[in-house]
Design a protein around this ligand. Structure first.
Ligand code: AMP
Length: 226
């Protein structure tokens, strides 16, 4: 399979080719068509499998195909547990969207909020956020989640393990006009299942096994006691 077969638009194909990607990774080949079609998705995949492009490429394509109804409104949201991941995802969006006119920004806690608020006020299509800071800014009335169409929870297991369950569900409850919810997680924990059960409908489920070299080198033994 090639990226051409996935029916992505020419500006994205050009950016992907310049990034040096020759063929879609398994998660990209499986996730891009349903996300392009607007389906909910549960992707069980670890970092390193190419999952960022799996949700970013179809998201960029859909946002470009459907122009904003409200100027400057946030139309896509990616929630991720840590500042490092948020920045990494932000860089990926810059790279994949370099030939598109969509704007993205990254928000996270532990730093002053003023520059983040200024970026949002200038208008962004795609917001990459950590849950704590996002809830803060929504609580202060500085971000409106009402125009978000596409919503992704990245590293959902880690985010929920870190005690963000309430923050996450509070945010999902406010994203009332979303057309679809993507959930990416390395493991499908009880809390991930709960969020999926509460908020996803008719989701496509995809599992990508980690590559052999990414698996921990653990020998297992069993002793039968009689
Ligand atoms: P991710 O799992 O999204 O963090 O991606 C892990 C790494 O794989 C990043 O450095 C990406 O740039 C790279 N990558 C993603 N998709 C592909 C692809 N189809 N071909 C080659 N490298 C890729």
């Amino acid at each position: 399979m090639t990226f051409n077969d996935l029916k992505l638009s020419a500006p994205l194909l050009k950016a992907v080719s310049e990034a040096g990607y020759e063929t879609p990774s398994p998660i990209q080949a499986s996730a891009i068509p349903p996300v392009l079609a607007g389906r909910d998705l549960m992707g069980c995949a670890q970092t390193g499998t190419g999952k960022t492009a799996a949700f970013a490429l179809p998201m960029l394509d859909r946002l470009t195909a459907n122009p904003a109804k409200k100027k400057g409104a946030v139309r896509a949201l990616i929630l991720t547990p840590t500042r490092e991941l948020a920045l990494q995802i932000g860089e990926s969006f810059e790279m994949y969207g370099k030939y598109l006119s969509l704007r993205s920004t990254v928000i996270f806690g532990g730093v002053g909020q003023a520059p983040q608020v200024a970026a949002i006020k200038r208008g962004v299509d795609i917001l990459i956020a950590c849950p704590g800071r996002l809830n803060d800014l929504v609580g202060q009335g500085l971000i409106d989640l009402g125009s978000i169409e596409i919503f992704v929870l990245d590293e959902a297991d880690r985010m929920l393990d870190m005690g963000f369950f309430k923050d996450v569900t509070r945010i999902i409850d406010k994203v009332k006009n979303r057309k679809n919810l993507g959930l990416f997680s390395a493991t499908i924990s009880q809390e991930v299942m709960t969020v999926s059960w509460m908020y996803q409908r008719d989701e496509v489920e995809i599992t990508v096994e980690p590559k052999q070299e990414d698996r921990p080198d653990i020998d297992q033994f069993s002793i039968t006691c009689t």
